[in-house]
Design a protein around this ligand. Structure first.
Ligand code: DQA
Length: 146
């Protein structure tokens, strides 16, 4: 079982970016958390971060045939990107939407997610644990839907 974790814009600034919302821990620490979760679950994982919407679309397309699941925090593109949602729908790789913060209790524009309808799992508001929860739930989904 192999997952691709995609992190969108500004997540590389974790630790210094709005720490009251996103916490004090760095992006490198997030990657270690994801790798430790994958090891505990007995799965392989690749992790990427980009600030560019088209790079995310390319990564989703390139995932075809290589990954069993995608865990994606599209960051700000969550609320704007039809292209990312279309790419997830096109490849039909079971995907999990993740957010560090509780987007539904923040500004109204963050309540809209274009990717929710094309994802089988959604976890928000748990900080780094959003990723581990999403990975567990996505693995369970894949095991139950064989
Ligand atoms: C985020 C929430 C988004 O609204 C925001 O634009 C981000 C991060 C989160 O992980 O909480 O960049 O996806």
């Amino acid at each position: 079982m192999k997952f691709l974790v995609i992190n969108g814009p500004n997540l590389n600034l974790l630790g210094r970016r709005e720490p009251a919302i996103y916490g004090n821990k760095s992006y490198a620490a997030l990657c270690e958390h994801i790798k430790a979760t994958a090891a505990a679950l007995g799965i392989e994982v690749d992790i990427m971060q980009t600030n560019h919407e088209g790079v995310i679309v390319d990564a989703i397309q390139d995932a075809l045939g290589k990954y069993d699941g995608i865990v994606i925090n599209p960051a700000a593109y969550t609320h704007t990107s039809v292209a990312i949602a279309d790419a997830i729908a096109a490849v039909e790789i079971p995907s999990a939407e993740v957010h560090l913060s509780d987007v539904d209790s923040r500004e109204a524009f963050r309540h809209i997610s274009y990717v929710t309808p094309v994802c089988v799992v959604r976890v928000t508001g748990l900080g780094f644990d959003s990723y581990s929860e999403a990975m567990k739930k996505l693995l369970a989904h894949l095991q139950n839907n064989g």
